[in-house]
Design a binder for this molecule. Sequence first.
Ligand code: ATP
Ligand code: MG
Length: 318
Amino acid sequence: MEIVISGSVAYDYLMTFPGKFKEHILIDKLEAISLSFLVNSLVRRRGGIAPNIAYNLALLGGTPKIFATVGTDFEDYRAWLEERGVDTTYAKVIDGELTASFFATTDQDNAQLASFYSGAMAHSPSLSLYDLETKPDLVLISPTEPEAMDRYIAEAKEMGIDYIYDPSQQIVYFDGDTLRRGFEGAKAMFVNEYEFELVRNKTGMSEREVLSEMDFLVVTLGEKGVAVYQGESVITVKAVPPQRIVDPTGAGDAFRGGFLTGYRLGWDFQTCAQMGALSATYCLESDGPQGQSYTIEEYVQRYRQNYEDGRLDELLNN
Ligand SMILES: Nc1ncnc2c1ncn2[C@@H]1O[C@H](COP(=O)(O)OP(=O)(O)OP(=O)(O)O)[C@@H](O)[C@H]1O
Ligand SMILES: [Mg+2]
């Protein structure tokens, strides 16, 4: 199954300030605020929704294609992804632009000051599904420029390509009509519990009505696990207890990678959801959204420690 994943591609520049911002902000001088913090650590991490999800599919033997615009500083990220099985053919470099970048400084109270620069991502509405070399079996529409998401949705519908709508953090910016355009006619939608409530509020639609617009709906429930709705049926799956939570960033993306691995192999929703939960837990236990790594054998073994059913044997021979 050929899976194309659209969504942001970004570098995260994360800094820590060994003090407290609040001790340096003069409330009566706010109009002239000018502060510079000497930070004692800086890391650049690979991020962005499309590669986060793709990386998790690749860990389990998939070769997903990311579909996004990137900057001239993308080449080492590209090499890293390719080495791990992610196909970057459709990651288009925009001359004279930098890859989208998130800059965040965190202080000793965990207060954060951050900026996000879209850079090359602002060009994502110029990409078209019509330019793909072959027609994919599935397109994932994950957060990037809203205009780009709209375009890919419209094109997937015109071209008759199955797509999964994954609006996540963009839901807050979308109105009810935009959301509805996204999920009506979709193969599926991925949301967390809170996002699903937002979708219902913004569209004024009931759970039943939303569900009737798509084939199946996946609602992740954090530490409570996940629910998959299809027609009249609902399957719920428990989360996999993490040994320890190192960093929650990217758990939702990892879930999607695990779930879609089961889906690409044609497996039942219970197995897909369990794989999503296990992939998410590996991510919680590591630093950053692509910090986890494991062999397929280790994955299958851990799966068996947590779940009884499933068809994971086939993954070993895939
Ligand atoms: N504390 C936890 N313990 C175990 N599993 C967890 C925990 N938090 C999240 N998960 C797993 O990750 C999946 C996705 O988590 P969640 O529902 O929080 O998504 P999300 O809010 O979209 O995440 P993100 O913050 O990455 O966007 C859950 O279905 C669950 O399997
Ligand atoms: Mg999420």
